[in-house]
Design a protein around this ligand. Sequence first.
Ligand code: ZN
Length: 102
Amino acid sequence: MIQTEPLGGLHTIVTHRTNRMHQRGHDHYDTHCGNRCDLADRWAARNLITPRAFLAAARDAHTIADVAANLWATPAIVNAYIAGLPPDEWLIMTRLVGHKVV
Ligand SMILES: [Zn+2]
């Protein structure tokens, strides 16, 4: 699919916002990119996505990419958010969403 200019602009904003928060995650853990990027992503996810926002985004979506688009986040950050949830919280979240998000 050919991206139109507004979509390209939105993609740039989402990527910039995510990268900035990823870098702040590294600052938080006093690490540099290439070392513990998983921690930086989880920090970014926790600070970009609230449980309420995740629920609202996931109820209207069936894929991680759709959830990410609804949250103005990257799929990697959504995956980091999910990975950072304790299993019991993820179970509650999936029940509240009402369907599987793959
Ligand atoms: Zn990194």
